[in-house]
Write a protein that binds this ligand. Sequence first.
Ligand SMILES: Nc1ncnc2c1ncn2[C@@H]1O[C@H](COP(=O)(O)OP(=O)(O)OP(=O)(O)O)[C@@H](O)[C@H]1O
Ligand SMILES: [Mg+2]
Length: 311
Amino acid sequence: MTALQAQTVPVPMLDVDLEFLDIVTEWDVSTPHHRWKPAIVVPATFRPADLSRVIVVANQKGGVGKTITALELAMAYVARGLRVRLIDADPQKAALTHWLRETCYPADGSTRYTLRHVYFGKATLAQATYPTIYQGLYFVPSDPDLDDVEMAGPDKVLSPETLLRDSLRAEAADWDVTVIDSGPRLGRITISALVAAHDAVIAIQDGGLEVAGTGSVVTTIGSLRERLNPDLKVRAIFFTDFKKEKLPRKIGHAMHKAFPDALIVPARESTQAGWASLARKPLRVHTPGEKPTLDYDRAADLLIAPRQKAS
Ligand SMILES: Nc1ncnc2c1ncn2[C@@H]1O[C@H](COP(=O)(O)OP(=O)(O)OP(=O)(O)O)[C@@H](O)[C@H]1O
Ligand SMILES: [Mg+2]
């Protein structure tokens, strides 16, 4: 047992949110805004998925809450006793690997492999998977050189688009849930994450420019489904840093029209979100019970059926 495993801590479930968001089948855009109450959209067609699920968090727009969504969803499943693998597929220096540097994998230099080694055929995905201090959470780190994958020739990276999918399939039985955090660049790495996944969840944030970003994510997923992964399902749209304002309501409604079978989840705002990343801890560990964590918990339960979880 490594020193890290010896310090492993269980991640507890949180109390139920008493002022919890309602569940509706569609956001009502006809109610005057001052009377409208934010709610989670669960379409009538939505069904929870089985275990052994691969979920990618995506949006080619930067800074919209992909990383926090990937981490908090992964932690919600860990708290439910599942065996979870979290993969950092973003080469950015300030991404998940940096966030989890001190708590989630050996910071003493004993990390030998990252996702980059997997693409370059230098390690298997299993070899690049590290236990973390959180019981049930395993992590595949990234590194800034992961970007090399984007330009590498076929002599260096064989089948870049399908490599991650094939690696995950080879070890599918070992994991209840795999969550992949993707970067804002729609290059090979992000495409391979979308090819590897069963489910895509899209993170969006409010703000004027977001309307344009939202259009591109709809187009990207559409063409990806046509060409590379016809089975990919958009299962949820997370509205991160959600505030009850008119524009998010409009965008949420547009996303529901674009993805009528997906959950629309307001992940409510929390001033602690930024502090948690500064402290390099998941939000649910840094400040247990913050509203977005409870929203991620709720979404986690909707995405994967409780009756199918490990007993
Ligand atoms: N519920 C929330 N309440 C308040 N702030 C939030 C919330 N969710 C996310 N944020 C903030 O939004 C910002 C962007 O979050 P994050 O880094 O997860 O985005 P990202 O899409 O992964 O960015 P990138 O495209 O650079 O990878 C961060 O400053 C984060 O603290
Ligand atoms: Mg990110």
